[in-house]
Write a protein that binds this ligand. Structure first.
Ligand SMILES: C[S@@+](CC[C@H](N)C(=O)[O-])C[C@H]1O[C@@H](n2cnc3c(N)ncnc32)[C@H](O)[C@@H]1O
Length: 268
């Protein structure tokens, strides 16, 4: 399971921790994930019924296309990818301009598979601004088709919602389960959107009052340094440290590996 391919590469993806996090999932009625990003936990859990949301609207539109019509996404990727191979790099920038005008999911998907490190990145105006990855061709359409079909199948039970986390989970009830992976509070601008810490604490409080189970991924530890953000102890029952791979930055800078752990808080 830890080897699964991402369909959308996303900054802050929990892919390397997905199996561990999914193994802590309680029994639930409906699954909610209001900071869905690249969807690795939704994929690992593959719920029968649930709602996933994100503040990033183009991302949610892309999830809807993957879920409802992955074959057309594949066909459209193939057309763009073949043009890139035959006509050269200007095709990428033409498609990027089109996306920034029309917000077509087919364009965003192509860009995400051919841009530098495959990372979807927007500027302050919401324009996609990553460049073409010149030394890579982008994934072959046929290989991508099977990744798309696999993800589409695993996400069939999910309804995608574009908006703030409070809205995505507004109808949660006791018996439902919410997985939370908010942007880091102490690294403004690292992800799309930032969130207010006090408001988020009120939110966790409201889930507790409704008797809703949640798991929360949070800042953690690198080497001996603790980057945890203090979470009021009344809000949770367990605090686990989940290994999330080694820090590649440290590896390059100091030629040594430091273990990186991220916090997982459970209120059950
Ligand atoms: C750490 S990423 C989630 C990564 C995801 N777990 C994965 O495996 O790819 C945090 C996400 O929160 C979203 N976000 C930021 N502010 C938000 C808000 N107020 N409401 C909902 N989503 C928000 C960002 O767009 C981003 O996708």
């Amino acid at each position: 399971m830890s080897q699964f391919q991402p369909v959308i590469k996303w900054s802050g993806s929990k892919r390397s921790q997905a199996t561990t996090i999914a193994s802590h999932t309680p029994l639930f009625n409906r699954y909610y994930e209001p900071f869905v990003g690249g969807g690795s936990i939704a994929y690992a859990i593959s719920p029968d019924k649930g709602v996933c949301g994100d503040i990033c609207k183009p991302l949610i539109n892309l999830w809807r296309s993957i879920q409802s019509d992955y074959e057309s996404l594949y066909e459209q990727y193939k057309i763009r990818w073949e043009r890139l191979q035959n006509e050269g790099y200007l095709v990428y920038y033409e498609i990027r301009d089109n996306f920034n005008k029309n917000h077509d999911s087919n364009d965003l998907f192509f860009l995400s598979r051919t841009c530098v490190n495959g990372l979807i990145r927007f500027n302050k105006n919401g324009d996609f601004n990553n460049s073409l990855h010149h030394t890579r061709k982008g994934i072959e359409p046929e290989r991508l088709k099977s990744v798309l079909s696999d993800w589409s199948e695993r996400l069939q039970g999910i309804e995608f919602f574009s908006g703030d986390y409070w809205e995505t989970t507004q109808d949660v009830k006791s018996g439902d389960f919410v997985y939370l992976d908010p942007p880091y509070f102490n690294t403004k601008g690292r992800y799309f959107g930032t969130i207010d810490f006090e408001r988020f604490i009120d939110y966790l409080d409201s889930l507790n009052s409704k008797g809703v189970k949640y798991a929360l991924s949070f800042d953690g530890m690198r080497g001996d340094t603790d980057y945890s953000v203090e979470l009021p102890t009344k809000l949770y029952k367990q605090h686990l440290m989940v290994p999330s791979g080694n820090s590649s930055f440290k590896k390059v800078m100091d030629k040594k590996c430091e273990a990186v752990y991220e916090s997982l808080y459970l209120n059950y």
